[in-house]
Ligand binder design. Sequence first.
Ligand code: FES
Length: 120
Amino acid sequence: MTDPQIPNPAGATPATPIEPVWTAVGNASEWPANGGRLARVGARRIGVYHHADAWYALKDVCPHAGVSLVQGPVHDGQVMCIGHGWTFSLTSGEVVRGPQGVKVGTYPVRVREGVVEVAV
Ligand code: FES
């Protein structure tokens, strides 16, 4: 369907929205009340976190030296790398404590009928 607010030039094909591919990574009941678990989706290592009644998913490789972030403590919406203490926002993946501008990738995550799913 074409957005009535945006003119469609003659002959232009409207863009088809790309649907995310959701992958089940486990049952929500298996997660700690406040922490993360490692999920593998293909070759990707993804840390999936349950914190303060919300869900987050971050690439599970610290950009400093490659340590698994999901092993670190979670508090105040952040996870701390056990390697050297850099801390990342669970929401944005941006570093909160560490060099400015550093970031890890994030993924959409949802829970449907008790199953945690990540879109990659
Ligand atoms: S490996 Fe993560 S802060 Fe150094």
